[in-house]
Design a protein around this ligand. Structure first.
Ligand code: CTP
Ligand code: CA
Length: 225
């Protein structure tokens, strides 16, 4: 094969990828959000399509152009993402949760813009837990051979936290990367370790997010065989 041309080893497969970051609204103009750009998820979608897969990309609040030949499903909140992922995962061979899903959402949504009151302290924002989509997908697979992949951004004890998270979620693979204020978010590059439920550990050196995406699909393909 020519350099840069991939064997279509995902031909006939359907993969679901989530990307971006959910936003949890407080009122019509405000939300709780995070810094995820969606670039890693888009790289996963692009590379899977290039390898022949039918790709459904569940995109939360991204501003990136739709990848060619990919079915893009826009969502806003974690609850909306859960619905979309569960729906499209029903016939998927693999589900990759690259999105940053908010762990909490405001308990109440104000239908009108929240106003400040003269001489009054602001009311506290009460949060409630969001559903854990990755754990739910891992524990209720639509078929036993479905491969489920999570992503984890950690700031400390990266590998130990990653191993514990992999076990807790029950997924097959967990891509762990170290983050900090100037690392990963919004950048074009990435560096990670992919942990497998089988005990495997695949290091992906610092490089374009496409490289990490290709490694993820290599590992997924092997598990689909
Ligand atoms: N995830 C999810 N649903 C959530 C939260 C996270 O599906 N409500 C997924 C993310 O898409 C990611 C993986 O779980 O693939 C790990 O996310 P992370 O935030 O690292 O895990 P948490 O279990 O939320 O742990 P932490 O308390 O460290 O945030
Ligand atoms: Ca979290």
């Amino acid at each position: 094969l020519a350099r840069g041309v991939r064997e279509p080893d995902l031909a006939g497969r359907h993969v679901v990828v989530s990307a971006g970051g959910t936003r949890e609204p407080l009122d019509p103009v405000r939300f709780l959000g995070n810094r995820s750009s969606g670039k890693q998820g888009y790289a996963l979608a692009r590379t899977a399509a290039a390898r022949g897969a039918r790709v459904t990309l569940i995109a939360a609040n991204t501003t990136l152009p739709d990848p060619a030949g990919v079915d893009v499903v826009p969502v806003g909140t974690a609850v909306q993402m859960r619905e979309a992922v569960l729906k499209h995962a029903a016939d998927a061979d693999a589900v990759v949760m690259a999105a940053a899903v908010a762990d909490f959402r405001p308990e109440t949504y104000a239908a009108g813009k929240i106003k400040k009151q003269d001489g009054q302290e602001p009311a506290p924002i009460v949060l409630v837990r969001n559903p854990d989509i990755l754990a739910e997908i891992s524990q209720s697979r639509s078929h036993p051979a479905q491969v489920v992949v999570g992503f984890a951004a950690e700031t400390d004890d990266v590998l130990a936290n990653g191993r514990a998270k992999l076990a807790r979620k029950g997924c097959d693979l967990l891509v762990v990367n170290e983050v900090g204020e100037r690392r990963t978010f919004g950048s074009e590059e990435n560096e990670a370790v992919v942990l497998g439920a089988d005990g495997s550990e695949t290091a992906v050196p610092h490089g374009p997010k496409e490289n990490l995406a290709e490694t993820v699909w290599d590992l997924v393909t092997r598990r689909l065989e």
